[in-house]
Design a protein around this ligand. Structure first.
Ligand SMILES: [Zn+2]
Length: 145
């Protein structure tokens, strides 16, 4: 059984997919390929950025790759809660992002950009989402958020 990081490839930024800067600390996020889906992850805080459509692509991955996400994405206690930090600016276009919260589980929340559809997750949030039936969960959250 290979370790989670053995199933992840690091990819370089391109003109079509430039570097994403973590809006919370100004650091360039690393581009990681997990089962063909490219995500951006902050090495320092563990925050994850997904462009529009990537959440759906992750949902279609097999259990092995979902396990990879869960293995690398653990909640860190030093994250500043959203109620404290407030809305953040989209790292792609600067729009004010909206906070989406699961009505059935207050601990499950993320930021979504109303302009480009990108999503920002604090450490552990994406990993926790993969524990649920993912697509159904997202549909409920976006529908009511
Ligand atoms: Zn945006």
């Amino acid at each position: 059984m290979p370790g989670a990081w053995d199933l992840i490839k690091e990819v370089e930024p391109t003109d079509g997919d430039p570097v994403v800067v973590n809006p919370l600390n100004g650091e360039a996020m690393r581009k990681l390929d997990i089962g063909g889906v490219k995500i951006d992850r902050c090495e320092t805080t563990g925050a994850i950025w997904l462009d529009r459509g990537e959440l759906g692509q992750l949902a279609l991955l097999d259990a092995r790759y979902k396990g990879v996400i869960k293995a690398i994405d653990r909640r860190r206690p030093d994250d500043v809660p959203r109620e404290t930090r407030g809305p953040i600016a989209c790292p792609r276009d600067g729009a004010t992002m909206l906070i989406v919260r699961d009505p059935d589980d207050e601990a499950v929340e993320f930021d979504v950009c109303p302009d480009c559809g990108g999503c920002f997750f604090d450490s552990g949030e994406l990993g926790e989402l993969t524990e649920y039936s993912f697509t159904d969960r997202i549909r409920v959250m976006l529908g009511r958020g």
